[in-house]
Design a protein. Structure first.
Length: 294
């Protein structure tokens, strides 16, 4: 499997949160107690605290406007995809990034809400859609075996040619502990999946069902042998208008200009009012008259 940091989200998604202002005790020491109001006063003046509040405001507004477009099943499906992708390493990766199951799912939902907002607030010309269709590929399912060197990869290919089962060779040779005992199965991906090495993706899409790569595929992770399990036909342009719009929206998530324009529009229509005088300028880069919106 090709691996990277768990998730690259467009927003400032942090695992900490601001507590409500009050006199409830947060912590007790032999030097005195710390109340919620003291903690809030301290946190709101930090960059992290301000980022958290910005994200909380944005999430509230996005959920109000686009919550019906992001189902729990969609969030769970994405969560399970990551869990399957990283296998036994998943829990460790969550812990390393200071995340719990709940906070990670909240991040996934935030990103899906933002994507829904982007999709609803950008234009799609016929030229843009047809250009996207040229690179469009449907989701495919493959198996893979990852080894360290070309010689070992060639040995695996030789054994495949001799009739050995791909699943047996994955278990014997693959360095990828997330899937070596699952026939080397990779989570289905399409042409926009940035978690898949580009060389791996390009080689995979050349394969027909049941076919495997006859030469080792050099990727950033080593050498890989790929077996195609399910390669659907691309179909016609008209079959995939919604898919193409979705791919364009996904690509726009990494475009800071588009994101600022969409977030500005969402916040301006969100009835946002900052009650804390010390934080009244927290959204000034979005809500001032100079901020642009589409």
């Amino acid at each position: 499997m090709n691996k990277k940091v768990l998730v690259g989200l467009a927003g400032a998604l942090l695992s900490v949160s601001l507590v409500a202002c009050g006199d409830k005790t947060v912590a007790v020491t032999n030097g005195g107690k710390i109340t919620q109001s003291e903690y809030y006063s301290s946190m709101k003046n930090t960059s992290n605290g301000k980022q958290v509040l910005q994200q909380m405001i944005l999430d509230k507004v996005l959920n109000k406007e686009y919550g019906n477009k992001v189902s729990s099943s969609a969030v769970n499906a994405q969560y399970n995809q990551y869990k399957s992708q990283y296998g036994s390493e998943f829990e460790t990766l969550l812990e390393q990034q200071g995340l719990t199951t709940t906070s990670f799912k909240n991040q996934l939902k935030s990103n899906l809400l933002l994507k829904a907002a982007v999709r609803a607030n950008i234009s799609y010309s016929t030229a843009d859609l047809k250009k996207q269709f040229k690179s469009y590929e449907p989701k495919v399912t493959v198996n893979e075996i990852l080894v360290s060197d070309k010689k070992t990869a060639e040995k695996v290919i030789s054994e495949l040619k001799d009739g050995k089962k791909f699943s047996d060779l994955a278990k014997k040779y693959s360095k990828d502990t997330s899937n070596k005992n699952k026939s080397g199965r990779v989570t289905p991906f399409d042409n926009t999946d940035s978690s898949i090495d580009s060389a791996f993706r390009k080689a995979a899409y050349k394969l027909s069902n049941g076919e495997y790569t006859k030469t080792p595929v050099k990727t950033q992770y080593g050498y890989q042998i790929i077996q195609m399990v399910n390669h659907p036909k691309k179909g016609s342009y008209n079959d995939h208008i919604n898919d193409l719009k979705d791919q364009i929206a996904t690509s726009k998530l990494s475009d800071s200009t588009t994101l600022k324009s969409v977030v500005t529009k969402v916040l301006k229509n969100g009835g946002v009012e900052i009650k804390d005088k010390d934080l009244q300028n927290i959204l000034s880069s979005y809500l001032t008259s100079s901020s642009s919106s589409k």
